[in-house]
Design a protein around this ligand. Structure first.
Ligand code: PLP
Length: 639
């Protein structure tokens, strides 16, 4: 597990058991050994054709562990509660979950349910997000906040005011100055007293990727001039008492508590100025930014790592707010945060299968037919070949690469001219591979073909280079003997993962059975990898490139039964028909068209009706199945 730094990024939820499999401890360190859930057992159980209503689920698979979600919420809440108590802070913490991080119905419903004892609320940034937040919070704690962020039109503001009428604790946070006029006008029409917040554009700048929109020139929020104009506008309308919340967000993955404190202090100063100007301020909302240590280094020196934990984060926030308010003799506000990444990242694990790997292509020395190669080569290429062999004998690595490159280039030119046959070109490739292997003893990374779409399931890797821990979920008691990169199913050169935590450009991997040997740790020759810490943003950002839809999803919780877990929810991923529908195709009509065509071309073939029926049912099945590959031998795993 040290090879994959699991103890760093995985603690306290993930570790490796005696069988060499990754396990989940839903309650982190508060757990007993027997409460660990073995991920391989989950995969075996849910992909068994006899399980999940006799269907078995196809991979890729998202395994959700709602208890991890609960533990994240409880831990965040208690980090703030203990900072509040330790520092004698005279108000409370009341967080909200920004639904954009993962809008899955069950994730949001679970958060509302788990957070109800401590009034945990939701944040929405668009009209559909507001609709889902409104309906979910109807079942939650009535004091939970519903923070309405994002750019707004009259319809959005109408909905948010309606939510207040429905006794939801809604705050409309002004993202743009013009929104204030709409709020004043519509609230009067609806006879609702709104609760208003302003999002401040802070000068504190987060310099990482996720902070590119922070700072004075940032995309979001109101400048000091605009905030003052909003105050005046509300005052003129007799509504300054409605202004009760100050919000800011300097970006996700805040790397250090020093930067966090700088932002909170600046915001707390604005907060206290709003109090001085007569607003009825109650809440300081510090946005998101609570980071995740994806590479387990705790270094805080890249977008991949933060140098603090939950407790340090909470203590820094409470300390900064208290410091400013005490100096200005202002009542301590309720502290709200909008942590998304830190709440949902750990609870969801993406599991996918490596279907095949490129075998090493280097021929053995006795397979190189030098006379045959030389026969077809031009004079210049023959000289390169000679030089290459001399350099190889003298172990002059650099020269070998230079002559090999030159030789290959000349041969490709000859091939394009039509003066070199494909067999000779292949033989030259083989010779060059062999020489580079001899002089540079390290084996090149193999390509593992994985049954996955990176664009659908790990979109941040493709779009912003975000790196997540990826690890085989079994065979961790065996030393991985090769290194590999991962190549997905899409017909796209970007559909590969060749950057891993720790700055690595390949991943230590085990040989696939029948393709390099090795046992499979009880997985019947299958080789499963897990992508961890991807519960935030990946599901909501993923697209349908090449029409690969999302993975199957299961939720598991601990149980005392023989497996130590129970599958509480299971849903197959979108079928081919489902993803076609996303692009406005009509699978039912498409099926009818193909069926008629089959009748026309195969149905008339008397005595061939069995074939015709089989054809039609294959077409029907193709619409119902997921777009991912089905392994050649049907899965017959038993847990
Ligand atoms: N709040 C706002 C306004 C955001 O824009 C974001 C995301 O960038 C968040 C909260 C969530 O941030 P994080 O995922 O870092 O917790």
């Amino acid at each position: 597990s040290a090879l994959y730094r699991i103890d760093g990024w995985g603690a306290p939820y993930f570790s490796v058991n005696n069988a060499g499999n990754i396990t989940v401890r839903p309650y982190g360190t508060d757990t007993l050994a027997h409460q660990e859930i073995d991920l391989l057992k989950i995969v075996k159980k849910v992909s068994d054709p006899k399980s999940v209503g006799g269907l078995g689920l196809q991979l890729p698979l998202i395994v959700r562990v709602p208890d991890v979600l609960k533990n994240r919420l409880d831990s965040l809440q208690s980090a703030f509660e203990s900072a509040i108590q330790a520092q004698g802070y005279e108000s409370h913490y009341q967080g909200v979950y920004p639904v954009k991080c993962n809008q899955d119905r069950f994730v949001v419903e679970d958060i509302v349910k788990f957070g109800a004892p401590f009034r945990f609320g939701l944040e929405a940034g668009s009209k559909p997000e507001l609709l889902l937040a409104m309906s979910c919070l109807c079942k939650g704690n009535p004091e939970a906040l519903l923070v309405c962020n994002g750019f707004k039109d009259a319809e959005y503001i109408f909905l948010a005011l309606l939510a207040r009428k429905l006794a939801l604790n809604t705050v409309i946070v002004l993202e743009e100055e013009e929104e204030v006029d709409l709020v004043i006008e519509i609230s009067k029409k609806l006879s609702v007293r709104p609760v208003i917040g302003v999002r401040a554009k802070l000068r504190t700048k987060h310099s990482g990727h996720f902070g590119s929109t922070s700072g004075e020139k940032g995309k979001f929020g109101l400048t000091t001039i605009q905030i003052l104009r909003v105050v005046k506008r509300l005052q003129d309308s007799g509504m300054l008492d409605c202004l009760q919340l100050l919000h800011f967000h300097i970006g996700s993955q805040i790397p250090s508590t020093a930067l966090l404190q700088a932002g909170v202090v600046e915001a707390a100063q604005i907060y206290s100025e709003l109090v001085r100007l007569g607003a009825d301020m109650k809440v300081i909302d510090i946005g998101g930014g609570l980071g995740i240590d994806y590479d387990g280094s705790k270094s805080g020196n890249s977008d991949l790592s933060v140098s603090y934990g939950l407790q340090e984060y909470a203590s820094a926030v409470v300390n900064a707010v208290r410091f400013v308010c005490d100096r200005k003799s202002i009542k301590h506000p309720i502290i709200c945060s909008e942590s998304g990444r830190a709440i949902v990242s750990h609870h969801s694990i993406l599991i996918f299968e490596a279907m095949s790997a490129t075998a090493p292509t280097t021929p053995a020395m006795n397979q190189v037919d030098l006379p045959f190669i030389l026969e077809g080569l031009s004079e210049d290429a023959r000289v390169d070949c000679w030089n290459l062999s001399q350099a190889a004998m003298r172990h002059e690595t650099e020269s070998c690469f230079v002559y090999a490159d030159q030789l290959k280039q000349r041969c490709v030119e000859q091939f394009k001219e039509g003066t070199l046959g494909i067999e000779q070109l292949a033989a030259v490739d083989g010779l060059c591979d062999l020489v580079s292997k001899v002089v540079d003893a390290s084996e090149p990374a193999r390509t593992y073909h994985v049954n996955l779409s990176i664009f659908t399931s790990i979109p941040d890797f493709w779009s912003i280079g975000q790196i997540f821990p990826i690890v085989p979920i079994h065979r961790l008691d065996e030393r991985p003997e090769v290194r590999g990169i991962l190549s997905d199913l899409t017909c796209d050169s970007d559909g590969k993962i060749d950057k891993f935590i720790g700055g690595e450009t390949s991943l230590p991997l085990h040989g696939l059975e029948g393709n390099g040997g090795g046992s499979s740790g009880g997985a019947n020759g299958r080789y499963y990898l897990g992508m961890f810490l991807g519960g935030a943003y990946q599901e909501s950002l993923g697209g349908v490139h090449n029409l690969f839809g999302g993975p199957s999803v299961v939720s598991v919780s601990q149980s005392d039964g023989p497996y130590s877990f129970a599958v509480t929810r299971a849903a197959p991923g979108p079928s081919c028909g489902d993803v076609l529908r996303v692009m406005q195709h009509e699978p039912e009509l498409m099926f009818e068209t193909l069926k008629h065509r089959a009748e026309e071309f195969c149905g008339q073939d008397h005595g061939n009706e069995g074939t015709h029926a089989a054809l039609v049912s294959t077409i029907a099945r193709s619409f119902h199945n997921m777009p991912y590959l089905v392994a050649a031998s049907p899965c017959s795993l038993t847990a």
